[in-house]
Design a protein around this ligand. Structure first.
Ligand SMILES: *Cc1c(COP(=O)(O)O)cnc(C)c1O
Length: 400
């Protein structure tokens, strides 16, 4: 062990003293992981059912990710965009191949930055075509930087940082008629998630993305699909929008793509792919070879280990297991693949998260009445069964 000599309680106190208060103080100090298991600073073991918010898609310390990152960091760790590196070219080509439509890629380092790229593309496209405002969904989440925040439909985290450079009109998520009324020939772009992760894994009704595609085609607005949380196998498909047979104009990716290494991507299709001219956008770290090597290892491993299929079958097992629990606090389960929320009959998610932690399971109180489950895509049946078997006792620890 190097440096990390503190116990959980000590490190929590030091975290609180040294960090801005924007996160509060997280409840556990994690020191290492292996597969779907993680250990805290006091040596306690947990089953990780949240993967650092749908990020650690291969779990922890996966040999393929460890090898790819170690080998690349030993060759060259950084080139900047003044120079080309091979992993970034391979990764861009690989993503375009999985998407199956002609397009171009920009690499960033986070989800918000991927959305900033989409925002600037849509802004430039709009200005060139006499189009101004954007449309986004109420309760949607697109990130914390000012552009991405302006698209985020949650007044409590948005309003104190306005005004924003582009007008964004918000519509109820999943309501195709409301979307149709909001999108005119003056609208530059519509930003949507296939299902709203931060709102509590709230799926859109079947056909919603298809309707959005038709509405955008009818008016000339761009359709931007934010798959930062939903893509790279999370729903049992490489990309959630593929389930609806829709091709967006712009797609944004991050979270699960790097398997824990920071990387974001913005992919644009058709004529939008070449809206940026030389000098219009950039990122010093974007396309970093270590992050790109990690992403390539994630994509290879998903393919080699059949993890899309596992996300579907393990996800179904987890959803069915939760649905079969008969408890007055449990209202139901929603979501697709390994991207689920257990919904409660009262605002007890924080207490359920704490009770789950005491029982050795990491989950996320994503909403006052819902916990989010987004385990690594490698999770097996025995691990799911261990959670499902303990879930009634976890719920019973919480006051109704
Ligand atoms: C997490 C998330 C973002 C922001 O990503 P960061 O890497 O935190 O900047 C944007 N959109 C969606 C849908 C997300 O889930």
């Amino acid at each position: 062990m190097t440096g990390a000599t503190g116990t959980g309680a000590e490190l929590s106190a030091r975290f609180e003293a040294a960090f801005m208060p924007n996160y509060g103080v997280p409840p556990v100090v994690l020191t290492r992981g292996e597969g779907c298991r993680v250990w805290d600073a006091d040596g306690r073991e947990y089953l990780d059912l949240i993967s650092g918010i749908a990020v650690s898609s291969l779990g922890h310390a996966h040999p393929a990710l460890t090898a790819a990152v170690s080998e690349q960091v030993a060759k060259i760790a950084h080139t900047s965009n003044l120079f080309i590196n091979e992993p970034e070219v391979l990764l861009a080509e690989r993503l375009l191949g999985l998407l199956g439509a002609p397009g171009r890629v920009f690499f960033a380092n986070s989800g918000a930055e991927a959305n900033e790229c989409a925002y600037k593309l849509a802004r430039k496209y709009g200005k060139a075509n006499g189009r101004g405002y954007f449309v986004a969904a109420e309760n949607g989440f697109h990130g914390r930087t000012l552009g991405a925040l302006s698209l985020t439909g949650k007044p409590s985290i948005r309003d104190q940082f306005g005004p924003f450079p582009v007008e964004v009109r918000f519509v109820p998520f999943g309501d195709a008629d409301a979307l149709k009324s909001a999108v005119t020939e003056e609208c530059a772009a519509v930003f949507l998630e296939p299902a709203q992760g931060e709102a509590g894994v709230v799926p859109a009704p079947d056909g919603y993305l298809r309707a959005a595609r038709e509405i955008c085609d009818g008016t000339g607005a761009l359709l931007v699909v934010d798959e930062i949380q939903s893509a790279i196998g999370r729903t049992g498909h490489w990309f959630a929008h593929q389930r609806e047979g829709v091709v967006p104009d712009i797609l944004t990716l991050a979270k699960g793509l790097g398997g824990g290494l920071p990387i974001g991507a913005c992919v644009a299709f058709g004529e939008v792919a070449t809206v940026f001219a030389k000098g219009d956008h950039g990122s010093t770290f974007g396309g970093n070879p270590v992050a790109c090597a990690a992403a390539l290892a994630v994509l290879d491993t998903i393919e080699r280990e059949g993890l899309l299929e596992n996300a579907r079958s393990a996800g179904a097992r987890l959803a069915e297991g939760i649905a079969s629990v008969d408890h007055p606090l449990l209202a139901g389960v929603r979501g697709t693949g390994l991207w689920l929320a257990a919904v409660f009959t009262a605002d007890r998610a924080v207490e359920v998260q704490a009770a789950a932690q005491r029982a050795g399971f990491l989950v996320n109180a994503v909403q006052p009445d819902a916990i989010r489950l987004a385990p690594p895509l490698i999770i097996n049946a025995a691990e799911i069964t261990s959670f499902v078997a303990t879930f009634p006792a976890i719920l019973s620890e919480v006051q109704p």
